[in-house]
Every structure is written in structure tokens, then in C-alpha cells.
Ligand binder design. Structure first.
Ligand SMILES: [Zn+2]
Length: 140
């Protein structure tokens, strides 16, 4: 059949023209009452402010603890000053994960885990080096 709106050939029985989105009621008039609510339903996710929000993206803006834990976790790789940064990253990561559990919509579990992982790892590394240094000085 031919779309009355854009004159392109579309498969018979198509409710909505795939080229111009015009309602194709002529050949199938009984389908139109059910097509209208479906078309409205399909539009809803795009118009819904809760969908496609920044929180649905890569960066968990609404979970600042997890986000800060992530950056501190990376910063904890700095020699020696990374020790307190790593401890902070670990704690913030745990807090961020707890917030994420209480309110899953804020997301951030990946960032929180990176903070916990990197922060914990570098805390052990720098802490171990510092301990070795202290022991080395003490017992020379
Ligand atoms: Zn058309």
C-alpha cells in the first residue's frame, strides 16, 4: 500500500508509516483506537524526566561519595601521600556503596568499588612500605 502522507510504499497492514510516522488508518480502520494509546506509550520514556537522566549515564552525579572515592582511589596511587588518600577512598567507597544500596537510583557502585579497590590496594602498598621503612630505621 501507499502512505497517503508521503506517498511511499509501505507494507500492507502497517499502522504507522515508517518514513513519515503518519497514521495509516485507511486500510485498517479498526486498528486505530488501539494504535493511539500505543503511540502515546512509546513516547513516554523520552518525555519522562526520570528516564535518560544524568544518573543513567556513566558518571554517578547523585552519588558524590562514590564519585569522590573513584577519584581518590586513582589519586591514592601517588607515592606516600597516597596513603591517607587511599584510606579516604576506601571509606568513601564503602559509604557510597551503602548509599547506593539504600537508594539504587543514584547508581555509582562501579565507581565506589574502584575507590575501594584502588584505595584499599594502595593503602596496603604504601602502608606496607611505610612500615618497612619504620622497621628499617628502628632495627637498621
Ligand atoms: Zn509516510
Amino acid at each position: 500500500m501507499i502512505c497517503q502522507s508521503c506517498q511511499k510504499a509501505v507494507p500492507d497492514g502497517t499502522a504507522v508509516c515508517p518514513y513519515c510516522q503518519a497514521q495509516l488508518n485507511a486500510s485498517n480502520p479498526f486498528s486505530s483506537p488501539t494504535q493511539v494509546p500505543q503511540a502515546n506509550f512509546a513516547k513516554q520514556p523520552a518525555n519522562n524526566p526520570n528516564q535518560g537522566d544524568a544518573t543513567g549515564g556513566v558518571i554517578p552525579y547523585k552519588n558524590p561519595k562514590a564519585l569522590i572515592a573513584y577519584y581518590l582511589g586513582i589519586g591514592s596511587g601517588l607515592p606516600m601521600i597516597g596513603l591517607p588518600i587511599g584510606i579516604a577512598a576506601f571509606i568513601l567507597g564503602v559509604l557510597g556503596l551503602r548509599d547506593r544500596k539504600q537508594n539504587p537510583v543514584i547508581k555509582g557502585s562501579v565507581h565506589a568499588w574502584i575507590g575501594i579497590g584502588c584505595g584499599g590496594l594502595f593503602t596496603l602498598l604504601w602502608g606496607g612500605l611505610l612500615l618497612a621503612l619504620i622497621l628499617g630505621v628502628a632495627f637498621g
